[in-house]
Structure formats: structure tokens, C-alpha cells
Design a protein around this ligand. Structure first.
Ligand code: ZN
Length: 301
């Protein structure tokens, strides 16, 4: 009752209760394996540590590499099934997949909890799809991004980026004042979407390197120009979309590594990872469909 009456008012009752609850979640006493009662946080910690050490050991056991012959004896996909998995998605399949994502999926303490959707704090993936369809007619992005030829993880990041919903520092700033909104990849400009993926020196170095590797890599400054290049370009569209979505994913990943793991991945290394992934994706697709074999020469260089 006390809690209901005063709890929400930031009163002394509130803090006393909060403290009580916090204390209740600490373990101050514990019995060891010999049933001795031990007290104090240090001793509880030591007891737990030695219990789990005895249970799990303190050295990793030697691991054997997997024998490929044994794996091959298990179920594998037939060529027909592999081809099916690489087919283009139909509009209906995309719609079904997007609408099957529960609405609760986007809220919660994950990377994307900062989203709002046209005034609604709960962004729903299905709403994003509807909006895209209503405002942009045939949803050119949808097909390009959710193409089965793309690596799904890359498709997801690209989809969020195209809808301007990636939690960049400038975007988070709109909801919560941030002490630092500098781009971690160049430390000179604000971290906002166009900068991070196109005009940052880091991004530029990657696009330039990709362009040297594959001359059809688009030379653009923002999403709109990119779309134009995808729609009107004469170059092979498949490799373009795989390259672009992989680039978005790896730039975002380099940015996250810098922030969360405090690791710096140099632009050259990121470009290498992108090329490597595009190469193996195209090789994989060409194994399924003979028609992609024309791409192979250009990417093995
Ligand atoms: Zn930058």
C-alpha cells in the first residue's frame, strides 16, 4: 500500500524500498561443499569460483578438428534445394516474412530501441514496409535489399539504413543529449548517416578501394544517388547489390567494433572483408546458377 501511495513520487519511501530490493538480490552468505556457512562478499565470490572451477575445470580440453568425411555422411542439400534457396524472393514472400515479425520485436534493450515511427515510439517492421510501399510505389529498395542473393545480415542493416533508422550518434542525440557525437572512424565530423556511409574519409577509402577492384562499384554520396545508380546502371546488378549491402554492413560493424570493443579496424582491412564476402557469395551463387559464371573473372582479380 505504502508503495502504491508514495512509490512513484520519488519519496524517501521509494529510495528505501529500492535499496531493500537491491540488497535482496545480493548473496551475502553461502554454504560451501562441506556445508560450512561462509559470510561476506569476498568469501561468497571465492566459494563460487572454486565450486565452478571444480565443476568445469580450469583448462580447455584439447579439441579435435571436424572430420569432413563424417559430416558428409549426414543430410546435405541436393543441388535442386541449393538452387531453390538462392532464388529471388517474390513480393509475397517478403511481405509474409515482414508481417510475421511480432510487433514486440523492435522494442526492448537492443541496438535499435531508439527508433520512433512517425511519432509512434514503437517502430514496427510491418509499418515500415507499408510506409515504403505507399510512399514509393513498387518498393524498389525492398527487392534490392531483400534479394535472396544478399547475405541476410547485410540485408537487415541496409534495410534499416535506407529507412534512416540506424541508431547513429546524431540520431540518438534527438532523443537523449549526448556528450559526444563525433564519428569514431575519423574523429573529425558528426556521426550522422550520410557521413558515416558515404562522405567520411573512412567510408571514402573503402568505396575507392572497391572501385579499383571492381570498376562498376557506384560512386555516390547518398542513398538517393545510390538508388539512381542501381536503377539505371548498366553494370551487373547482382554483384552491385551484394557489394553495396556488404559495404553497409562492414562499415557499421567497423564503427561498432570501435565503440563497443575499442578495436580499430583499418579501412583497408574492412575493404578486404567486403571483397572476400562478395567473392565467396558470387562463387556460391554461380555454383547454383550457371548464369552467374560471367561474374567470376571480374572478382577473382
Ligand atoms: Zn567519419
Amino acid at each position: 500500500m505504502e508503495w502504491i501511495s508514495y512509490g512513484d513520487d520519488n519519496t524517501r519511501t521509494f529510495f528505501a524500498k529500492a535499496k531493500q530490493r537491491k540488497l535482496a538480490s545480493y548473496i551475502y552468505q553461502i554454504r560451501d561443499t562441506e556445508e560450512n556457512l561462509l559470510e561476506g562478499f569476498d568469501r561468497v565470490g571465492q566459494t563460487m569460483m572454486s565450486f565452478y572451477k571444480a565443476l568445469l575445470g580450469d583448462q580447455s580440453t584439447i579439441r579435435q578438428p571436424i572430420a569432413q568425411e563424417v559430416v558428409n555422411q549426414g543430410p546435405t542439400l541436393t543441388m535442386e534445394q541449393q538452387v531453390h534457396m538462392c532464388n529471388e524472393f517474390t513480393d509475397l514472400e517478403i511481405k509474409e516474412a515482414i508481417f510475421s515479425i511480432p510487433n514486440t520485436k523492435s522494442s526492448g534493450p537492443d541496438d535499435f530501441s531508439m527508433w520512433d515511427w512517425q511519432g509512434d515510439p514503437d517502430y514496427k517492421v510491418a509499418q515500415g514496409y507499408k510506409w515504403q510501399q505507399e510512399t514509393q510505389g513498387k518498393v524498389p529498395w525492398t527487392k534490392l535489399i531483400w534479394a535472396r542473393s544478399n547475405v541476410p545480415r547485410n540485408a537487415f542493416i541496409s534495410w534499416v539504413l535506407i529507412q534512416h533508422r540506424l541508431p547513429t550518434k546524431s540520431r540518438i542525440e534527438k532523443f537523449q543529449p549526448q556528450a559526444d557525437t563525433l564519428c569514431v572512424l575519423c574523429s573529425t565530423e558528426e556521426e550522422e548517416e550520410e557521413h558515416l556511409f558515404y562522405t567520411c574519409n573512412y567510408a571514402k577509402a573503402i568505396w575507392t578501394e572497391l572501385k579499383k577492384w571492381w570498376s562498376h562499384t557506384p560512386n555516390v554520396q547518398n542513398n538517393r544517388q545510390l538508388m539512381g545508380s542501381l536503377k539505371h546502371g548498366k553494370s551487373p546488378g547482382l554483384q552491385k547489390q551484394i557489394t553495396i549491402t556488404a559495404t553497409f554492413h562492414y562499415i557499421w560493424s567497423a564503427r561498432n567494433h570501435r565503440i563497443f570493443q575499442k578495436q580499430q579496424i583499418i579501412a583497408h582491412q574492412t575493404a578486404y572483408l567486403i571483397k572476400d564476402q562478395v567473392r565467396s557469395r558470387i562463387l556460391f551463387l554461380s555454383k547454383c546458377f550457371k548464369k552467374y559464371s560471367s561474374y567470376i573473372d571480374s572478382i577473382l582479380a
